[in-house]
Design a protein around this ligand. Structure first.
Ligand code: NDP
Ligand code: OXD
Length: 299
């Protein structure tokens, strides 16, 4: 069995992935794919080039070293080779940490206290009630459901909107019921630009946006207008339409916007390799695996 790793990572990290795969699958020949490398049965990819797939005529499956597959689905993938994404593999815990931090930072006014501290201001604010901060999670998959569970455990009222799980009759009703909106849905033709002037205007007054999914879900110019006008209390953003976020982008220095560089949930090599290796063995035994992307759905 031959496995090709085509990972957009520094050479030393690619080697570490190959070593970890060899340890997990001693019967396999694992190689880092460089230009016109040999053909493989399985591919492990992260931001691969079209050239890689053009040179792989006999792939049995493609494993993405991440959860989101929006960029991969823009490529011309070999027909017949299922695309398998990472399911959790250590990312859910990180997502819980990130979103909890963002929610509590906003709910407890920690951002404002930080600014007060820098200005030497002693300025206690009135405590707020969690009941007044209903959280709406857009996307209730592997990661979103873990975040919902954690935030519910903290005592917030939490509801979600996904393709198959809908407590509210309409997306607009979901938004109207939401004060903190957490985006955790994949970027697809249905979700691109879903957070825009109209949807932001439907949120409860003084709403807050947390985006840990993909930048393309949000119309950034509409978000800027909403925070500048005071319609939105602020945002914590991990993902952007253009990454790295350009130095001149107004989000960087905006007092109501917190920017992080796409780190909400990093791919963890050991956990990911364990999951991928188990799935390769299942496929070799002719068994079904979970996490197969449905190209027509875009995720
Ligand atoms: P899943 O595929 O498990 O879950 C996706 C969820 O989104 C599902 O609940 C799905 O609905 C829902 N969904 C899909 N389309 C729509 C739509 N049009 N409207 C409403 N809901 C929709 O993905 P994960 O939870 O594993 O990951 C979610 C996303 O998080 C990834 O696609 C990726 O973009 C992002 N991500 C970001 C990271 C970061 O560091 N910032 C790290 C990892 C992932 P249903 O349940 O009905 O299928
Ligand atoms: C992912 C990501 O999709 O890191 O896994 O964004």
């Amino acid at each position: 069995m031959r496995i090709a790793c085509c990972l957009d990572l520094p050479e030393s990290e690619i080697e570490a992935w190959c070593r970890a795969l060899r340890d997990a699958l001693p019967q396999a020949s694992v190689e880092s794919w460089r230009l016109r490398g040999s053909t493989a049965d399985y591919a492990v990819v992260w931001r691969p080039s079209q050239e890689f797939f053009d040179a792989q005529p006999r792939l049995k499956a493609i494993f993405n070293a991440g959860a989101g597959v929006d960029a991969l689905l823009e490529l011309d993938l070999p027909p017949g080779a299922p695309l398998v994404r990472l399911e959790d593999a250590g990312m859910a815990e990180q997502m819980v940490e990130y979103v909890t931090y963002a929610v509590l930072g906003h709910f407890r006014d920690f951002d404002a206290y930080e600014a007060d501290a820098r200005a030497g201001r002693w300025n206690p604010r009135d405590p707020q009630r969690k009941a007044d901060f209903p959280i709406g999670i857009l996307g209730l998959g592997v990661l979103g459901s873990r975040v919902l569970y954690a935030l519910t455990g903290l005592g917030f009222p939490v509801h979600a909107w996904s393709r198959s799980h809908r407590k509210h009759a309409t997306f607009h009703d979901f938004l109207r019921d939401t004060r903190i909106l957490v985006c955790m849905a994949p970027l697809t033709s249905e979700t691109r630009g879903i957070i825009n002037q109209e949807s932001l205007a439907l949120l409860r007054p003084n709403a807050y946006l947390i985006n840990v999914a993909r930048g393309g879900l949000v119309v950034e110019s509409d978000l800027l207008v909403a925070v500048n006008s005071g319609a939105l209390a602020g945002a914590m953003l991990d993902v952007f339409g253009e990454e790295p976020l350009p130095p001149e982008h107004p989000f960087w220095r905006h007092p109501k916007v917190i920017v992080t560089p796409h780190i909400a949930a990093a791919t963890l090599r050991d956990e990911s390799v364990t999951q991928i290796a188990e799935k390769i063995l299942s496929l070799e035994r002719g068994e079904a695996v979970s996490g197969i992307v449905e190209p027509d759905n875009g995720y």
